[in-house]
Design a protein around this ligand. Structure first.
Ligand SMILES: Nc1nc2c(ncn2[C@@H]2O[C@H](COP(=O)(O)OP(=O)(O)OP(=O)(O)O)[C@@H](O)[C@H]2O)c(=O)[nH]1
Ligand SMILES: [Mg+2]
Length: 304
């Protein structure tokens, strides 16, 4: 082969809930990062790799930039800062439907970081499927154009897939000649255990209200392949769902165990699709008070 390989590392940044993980999943054509309608769904850096011909784009999906209210929040914000310092380009995602006439504080602070680190960036205006007023798009474009010399401003809908091919083409222009960092068929750096834990956390975020899911951490204690008696592949997964109080534990378990049963069954289905085999999932719920302020526990839960 005389083709020269190229690659770029791209940080995906923005406010919570704007659709960063959704855009990455859509670009990769596979769900590697969990998604929910609750802010702060993504808790640490999640890598997604796209290899197309000679070019490899390595995406770093990050938590949404917010004002930390606990040690976990501080750790999440640190993960964003670390990501932006070490990439070839950044992709700032904004939610078109949430635009209130001026850029958010989070976006201004991220743009300051692009300037400080001398990182080029593109702007992705996402969720355009929710916009009735197309004038608003022009307004957002004008406002953000004033703020930073974006390499491109792209209208997108991660829900429909609109604009995602344009994003990939733009990002390819930041790729530099060099060997690929990862195998062509690699999709993410997450282990099977962390993928399984994240799938459970996604179902909890989607099924529970308010503060309860934010105070949850999931740890996989067992992940073991075996063959069933009829020779089929099956994996036994034991998961512990940690929450912050007895009352939260009660909510996670639900009346007669109904909530835990529902969450486990949705999670198992997703795991079977992702791991392409049968899954036997058992979940337990335990309490670890105020874990989001306890560095040692945050470390144990692999969130730092
Ligand atoms: N209508 C519409 N909804 C979208 C689109 N993209 C994402 N969403 C929804 O927006 C919500 C947030 O999506 P995420 O991808 O989790 O957002 P995020 O920016 O990664 O959020 P954090 O990880 O919390 O920072 C979810 O309910 C998505 O389904 C879009 O293009 N259109
Ligand atoms: Mg996310």
């Amino acid at each position: 082969m005389n083709e020269k390989t190229k690659g770029a590392f791209i940080a995906i940044v923005g406010k919570p809930n704007v659709g960063k993980s959704s855009v990455m999943n859509r670009i990769l054509g596979q769900k590697v990062a969990i998604v929910s309608d609750k802010p702060q769904t993504t808790r640490n850096r999640i890598m997604g790799v796209l290899t197309e011909g000679e070019t490899q784009l390595v995406f770093i999906d990050t938590p949404g930039l917010h004002k930390p209210r606990n040690v976990l929040g501080q750790t999440m914000v640190k993960a964003i800062e670390d990501s932006v310092s070490d990439v070839d380009a950044a992709m700032l995602v904004v939610d078109a439907s949430e635009f209130k006439g001026e850029p958010s504080k989070a976006d201004i602070s991220l743009i300051e970081r692009f300037n400080k680190q001398r990182i080029p960036a593109i702007l992705v205006i996402n969720k355009i499927d929710l916009l009735n007023d197309k004038e608003k798009l022009l307004k957002i474009t004008a406002v953000y154009n004033e703020l930073f010399p974006f390499g491109a401003i792209i209208y997108a809908s991660a829900r429909d897939g609109y604009g995602c091919d344009v994003i990939v083409n733009e990002l390819k222009s930041y790729a530099q000649e060099g060997p690929h960092f990862f195998d062509e068929d690699m999709l993410t750096d997450q282990t099977e255990r962390s993928l399984a834990a994240e799938i459970i956390r996604e179902k909890l975020l989607r099924s529970l209200d308010k503060e309860v899911p934010h105070g949850i951490a999931v740890v996989i204690e067992k992940f073991k392949d075996r063959k069933t008696t009829s020779g089929e592949d099956i994996v036994d997964i034991d998961a512990v769902i940690y929450c912050e109080s007895d009352s939260h534990k009660g909510i996670v378990i639900g009346k007669g165990g109904a909530m835990l049963k529902k969450v486990s069954s949705y999670a198992r289905r997703d795991m079977e699709t992702f791991f392409e085999c049968k899954v036997n999932l058992s979940c337990w719920v335990k309490v670890k008070e105020d874990w989001r302020n306890r560095q040692a526990l945050i470390h144990n839960f692999e969130l730092d």
